[in-house]
Design a protein around this ligand. Structure first.
Ligand code: GUN
Length: 287
């Protein structure tokens, strides 16, 4: 069997087009959606991600505000910056790029963001709502994966889905989104035994390890006709790659995502959608 490529660029483009129209509508109502980003320090990979987010915002008409405090900023100073954005009526979404330098606490920082401006869907409030099926702002990468399933009409109900990732950014929120679709969801991690047997039994495998020295998703781990979503990004000899060898995997599955060009572009487009949602929410909060 040779499977079909899940084209993240194509799906992201269709999302962006819808977002662009929503932005136009909001502007007609006098509301200019605005995303504020905070990039602490000068981590090169993070700077590239944030640059891409700004560029995508510009493409759909979302205003951006860029904050780039020095890597030695204190927790109190960062809290004050977040508070000022929470209180700024013209800012609808706040994104603090992760990871943060060691002196800063990720939980304290993310918790400081007002839940209605939390366009990453990572505050305890929004993560809790997601687990209770009530979330409006949901984490971007897992939302992007759900959008791909929807775009390609991939059935989730009753399916056995393995997620190899337990992070707050990916594995945990995705678990709840899939459970909500009546899938049977299994989360694997570095201490899981028999990962190969568990994957082999799955209808869908979502792999997000990101370290090819420790883990590679090989065709013998996948059942014929399964779906493979590769969320990982590693750099090998200067080349971007995921957990799986796409060229080998695609011969065995029904659908698979490449890296690059798979899940990556979806994260950004979901951020745009969340920013428009947050801007619309702000109308109901007298902001
Ligand atoms: N670092 C890597 N991915 C993400 C993301 O989706 N959001 C934030 N804030 N930081 C990240």
């Amino acid at each position: 069997m040779t499977g079909k490529k899940i084209d993240g660029l194509e799906v992201a483009k269709s999302v962006k087009e819808r977002v662009r129209k929503s932005v136009e509508e909001l502007k007609k109502q006098g509301l200019e959606p605005c995303l504020a980003t905070i990039l602490v320090g000068d981590n090169a990979a993070s700077a590239t991600y944030v640059r891409n987010k700004h560029k995508a915002c510009q493409e759909v008409g979302i205003i951006t505000k860029d904050h780039n405090p020095s890597k030695s900023i204190s927790q109190n100073e960062l809290n004050e910056l977040i508070d000022s954005l929470n209180n700024d009526r013209n800012v609808h979404g706040i994104l603090v790029q992760l990871p943060l330098p060691d002196q800063l606490d990720e939980f304290v920082t993310i918790s400081r963001i007002s839940p209605i401006k939390d366009v990453d869907g990572l505050t305890p409030h929004n993560m809790g709502l997601l687990s209770m099926r009530k979330a409006i702002l949901k984490a971007c990468t897992p939302s992007g994966i759900m959008e791909m399933f929807d775009y390609y009409d991939i059935e989730l109900e009753g399916k056995t889905i393995v997620i190899i990732n337990r992070s707050n950014l990916i594995g945990k929120p995705l678990y709840h989104m899939l459970l909500e679709k009546n899938a049977t969801v299994i989360t694997c991690h570095s201490k899981t035994k028999n990962i190969k047997e568990i994957c082999k039994n799955a209808d869908i495998v979502v792999s997000g390890v990101g370290d090819r020295t420790k883990f590679v998703l090989t065709p013998d781990m996948i059942k014929d006709g399964a779906v493979v979503i590769d969320v990982a990004i590693s750099r090998i000899d200067g080349k971007l790659t995921g957990d799986a060898d796409y060229e080998k995997i695609i011969e065995k599955v029904s659908y698979a995502t490449p890296v690059p060009g798979g899940v990556g572009p979806m994260t950004v487009s979901m951020l745009l959608r969340n920013t428009v949602t947050a801007a619309s929410l702000s109308k109901g909060f007298g902001n």
